[in-house]
Ligand binder design. Structure first.
Ligand code: NAP
Length: 412
């Protein structure tokens, strides 16, 4: 598919590139403020003591600062002091293969983590499937026999991806349907069209998103990153929940909701979610607002998991960090990111070289959607195909409940 980064051998880089990558890695580590680094080790030690199965995840924004200077700014925000859980850098750098407990690592591709799994008979919705991680997630689920509904805001782009999938996998069952996550009306229309045909729904992948956009309000007067990345998915999930529950009970197969958050949920406003000032242009910071929307995504995950458990239904919900992946999400990074064009510019390729490429970026979504070992796990945060530890704010059950009520009001 056209959106993939250049196919450089996954396990062997040309030597100069390999050295460049190593240099980037070590310099970044050297340049980290030592208190952040020490704090990170402390956080990891405590977490490991609390939970022996804890699998540390690298917080990439410190390293990304080398190639994306805007991230550098974020290291001066207070929450960044808490974010570092960087004892296992090799996991995130895909040439340093080290498979963890799950048998997979950051270098595992979506195809690898789903190898041998038969998804036929399952139906999935993947939002934001017209590009990047979502397009690859749709392709790999279709490869495994899942009937995939690609929920896309640009149907023409969605159809191009669909054609590419069908060309590669003639038996694929894929369709593109219009969905603008930033509009409550569009979400309602999408759900009404989807459910009117009486289709089942086994897997919902809340993937679509934007990052670091200038201040803007959605059609429904909600700050646009919060509206797109979180609130649209909140409404979509809420409206589809009965269908997912019914399908799970009729088919006796666990329903799965998978929400793509980000490690950047650690880097949000001091209060976590700006309940009182969500739409204030004053004080708006496009990176903190992205972090806020991703914090909201995980808070939604834990509150929904709690409710599903209370219901006793066979539906789970988990969130994930896909890694730092070379995609079009970087389109707001000025000239390096393609200057607001449809592509992530040169940055997308650099990131693909240094960190993850799209096949690796889609692996945790596909892992959570299809792997049998995940059965029964709900309310958890994953990265690199392993359970990981989110920020303390993302485990705040009071904030999660407050956000639920707040969101219900916003989508009324
Ligand atoms: N790439 C990374 O390093 C990274 C790291 C952490 C988390 N993530 C998360 O991963 C997810 C996928 O991002 P990606 O990296 O694959 O970026 P991407 O290539 O830019 O894909 C984002 C997708 O979301 C869609 N989208 C944007 N606004 C939408 C809206 N209002 N309604 C419906 N769809 C919308 C985009 O559609 P268009 O093509 O029409 O714009 C696109 O299909 C996002 O949630 C992102 O925050 C990515």
């Amino acid at each position: 598919m056209g959106d993939r980064a250049p196919q450089i051998a996954c396990t062997r880089l040309p030597l100069p590139l390999f050295h460049a990558r190593n240099r980037l890695f070590y310099e970044s580590k050297k340049n980290m403020e030592s208190d952040i680094w020490t704090n990170s080790l402390e956080v990891q030690r405590n977490e490991k003591a609390r939970n022996p199965t804890h699998n540390p995840t690298l917080i990439m924004d410190l390293i990304s600062s080398k190639i994306a200077p805007t991230f550098r700014l974020s290291t001066s925000f207070p929450n960044t002091r808490n974010i570092v859980s960087a004892t296992d850098l090799s996991r995130q750098m895909w040439p340093f293969k080290s498979n963890g407990k799950s048998g997979f690592s950051s270098s595992s591709s979506a195809e690898e983590v789903t190898s041998g799994i038969d998804g036929s008979g399952l139906t999935a919705i993947v939002t934001g499937a017209s590009s990047g991680i979502g397009a690859e997630t749709a392709r790999v689920l279709a490869l495994r026999g899942v009937h995939v509904v690609m929920a896309v805001r640009n149907v023409s782009n969605g159809n191009k991806v669909k054609e590419a999938i069908v060309n590669e996998i003639p038996s694929a069952k894929v369709e593109a349907m219009e969905l603008d996550l930033s509009s409550n009306e569009s979400v309602r229309e999408f759900v009404s069209e989807f459910t009117s045909s009486g289709r089942p729904l086994n897997i919902l992948i809340n993937n679509g998103g934007v990052m670091g956009i200038p201040f803007e309000l959605s059609k429904d007067n909600v700050e646009l990153q919060f509206a797109t990345n979180y609130l649209g998915h909140f409404l979509l999930t809420t409206l589809l929940l009965d269908t997912i529950k019914r399908t799970a009970s009729e088919t006796k197969r666990e329903g799965r909701i998978v929400s793509v958050s980000s490690v950047v949920h650690w880097v949000t406003y001091g209060e976590g979610i700006r309940f009182e000032r969500l739409n204030d242009e004053e004080g708006y910071n496009r990176w903190l607002s992205y972090g806020q929307s991703k914090l909201a995504t995980h808070l939604h995950t834990i509150e929904l998991a709690r409710r599903l458990k209370e219901d006793g239904t066979e539906v789970t919900v988990n969130s994930l960090h896909p890694g730092v992946v070379g995609t079009n999400i970087y389109r707001y990074f000025g000239i390096w990111g393609g200057n607001l064009g449809q592509s992530g510019g040169i940055l997308k390729y650099l990131i693909g070289l240094v960190f993850k490429r799209v096949p690796q970026g889609a692996s945790t979504s596909c892992y959570l959607a299809l792997r049998p070992e995940v059965k029964g796990t709900s309310g958890a945060y994953f990265a690199n195909n392993h359970i990981s530890t989110p920020a303390a704010q993302a485990l705040d059950t009071n904030m999660a409940k407050k956000l639920w009520d707040f969101s219900m009001d916003l989508v009324k």
